[in-house]
Design a protein around this ligand. Structure first.
Ligand SMILES: Nc1ncnc2c1ncn2[C@@H]1O[C@H](COP(=O)(O)OP(=O)(O)OP(=O)(O)O)[C@@H](O)[C@H]1O
Length: 359
């Protein structure tokens, strides 16, 4: 039997819970005449943790755009700001984080939204699948209760209806409905991640942000979960922003890729161009580091990139990648490069874009 949601057990069966007022519903269509076609539009986003000498500029002037039904992969080494970006999208960052810029979710700026509106948008407008489901799920509640919670919070449904939806969602992600009764520790890592995906789908969001959704899983389960995410977002026409350090995994799943380095997007474009023909030396290094699943040509010996990413609180001048760049010019130590066109829909932030020297 599917259990009742944890926070609402005291309510009578059949009671209507948490009606969502019309103004709290997430708009699904852009306003007439607004010209907005993107589900997500991030403009000049800066996120800084702390202040003064201890300020850590984790995200520095990021612009991103995601159309309805599109899948965008964000890649980069540890510490480049990927998770900060993901959490910023729904204002889930700690109080020490200062955010500036715009995060337009279906035409509304998340950064200026009132708290009530933000609560309505979380889950119903956009939801997040975090890495390591064991830490994200509450160990003392049955997983069915946890999936039912956002449904009860956001939708005008009876408890019986929420229970029915939980069973349906579990089946949708490949688990028997009866697993609703299980506690997180009674499930395998892959099953827990399926539960997280069911939760993310619970309120029919337009956008799912998946932050390293398969990192803690073995390779076989990783491939299953990736295929499941792909299948579900395609079926439901959901936009996907997926974060990973593995450009190969993202290239297999996403239409477009953005490569981050030291808090900035240094390359972005169609997945095939960025993964197969990167124009930024960092994009090339990242591509070479991860062979593509099922593509023997890409299974050349993976190469590591020498050196470490810079400490965000003391970034090098000029292009932040220049100390590690195999093709840096002297001028790269003084001059940073904005993103420039490197091909159709493909941009890279390198002075050598289009030049023979970069090869
Ligand atoms: N709460 C915080 N307070 C201060 N600095 C933070 C905080 N969270 C993250 N940082 C710093 O911000 C930078 C970006 O971190 P972030 O976790 O976003 O990177 P990431 O690319 O997601 O890394 P990983 O792949 O390891 O998760 C890092 O230098 C990190 O140390």
């Amino acid at each position: 039997m599917v259990p009742r949601p944890a926070r609402n057990r005291h309510r009578a069966r059949g009671a209507r819970l948490h009606p969502v007022r019309a103004r709290d519903r997430v708009r699904t269509q852009p306003e007439a005449g607004s010209g907005a076609l993107s589900v997500l539009e991030v403009r000049n986003l800066h996120v800084t943790y702390g202040s003064g000498d201890r300020a850590v500029p984790a995200v520095r002037g990021v612009d991103l755009s995601l159309a309805a039904g599109q899948k965008l992969g964000v890649a980069g080494e540890s510490g480049c700001g990927k998770s900060t970006l993901a959490l910023a999208l729904l204002r889930l960052l700690p109080a020490s984080a200062r955010l500036t810029g715009e995060i337009m979710l279906d035409g509304e700026d998340v950064l200026t939204m009132k708290w009530g509106r933000l609560r309505a948008v979380r889950w119903a407008g956009a939801s997040i699948v975090f890495q390591g489901a064991m830490h994200s799920l509450n160990a003392v509640h049955r997983v069915g209760d946890q999936i039912a919670e956002p449904i009860m919070l956001h939708q005008r449904v009876t408890i019986a209806e929420a229970e029915r939806r939980v069973g349906e969602l579990l089946q949708h992600v490949g688990l028997p409905a009866a697993r609703a009764n299980a506690y997180p520790h009674e499930l395998s890592g892959g099953q827990r991640q399926r539960v997280m995906i069911a939760m993310a789908l619970a309120c029919d969001p337009q956008l799912i942000v998946a932050d390293e959704p398969t990192t803690a899983l073995d390779v076989m389960i990783q491939a299953q979960i990736l295929r499941l995410i792909e299948q579900l977002v395609a079926e439901k026409d959901i936009s996907l922003l997926m974060i990973s350090h593995d450009l190969g995994v993202l290239a297999d799943t996403c239409d477009r890729l953005a490569v981050m380095y030291a808090g900035r997007v240094v390359e972005e474009g169609p997945a095939r161009s960025v993964y197969g023909a990167a124009e930024h030396p960092y994009g090339r290094a990242l591509s070479a580091a991860f062979p593509r699943i099922g593509d023997p040509a890409s299974r050349r010996a993976p190469r590591g990139l020498p050196g470490d990413p810079p400490d965000p609180s003391s970034l090098p001048g000029g292009c932040t990648f220049h100390p590690r760049c195999p093709v840096a010019l002297d001028s790269c130590a003084d001059r940073d490069q904005e993103l420039v066109t490197a091909g159709e829909g493909h941009r890279a932030a390198c002075v050598l874009v289009g030049s023979e020297k970069q090869q």
